[in-house]
Ligand binder design. Sequence first.
Ligand code: AMP
Length: 114
Amino acid sequence: MEDTIFDKILRGEIPSEKVYEDEVVYAFKDINPVAPVHVLVIPKSKLEKFSDFEDLSSLEVGNFIKKVSIVAKELGLKEDGYRVVFNNGRDGGQEVNYLHAHILGGKKLSFSRL
Ligand code: AMP
């Protein structure tokens, strides 16, 4: 697998603004935010993209999704809401080949046709 910028962040070789960490996930602020709150959540056990979830057990997938929900709560977004985005592959606009959930919030987000 390609050694990505997120591998380097996880190893501490590149700085990041950590917002949450436990044994399963690492969460940090996006360097180029598109919303007032824009955080990326990555699994410590690497996957390249969302479609790799098919290779995991339902429990492992569920554990990751649950952590994304917990990070959003820790960010104070639970009450007003937020959006979770996974860009998957070329057509999905994925730039970094290390699975990551974008948590977006802090304002009412629009949803337009692309
Ligand atoms: P994606 O297009 O889903 O692969 O999103 C990659 C995201 O990573 C983009 O929103 C970038 O702004 C973000 N990003 C790239 N490099 C860094 C970095 N060093 N620290 C934090 N976020 C980054």
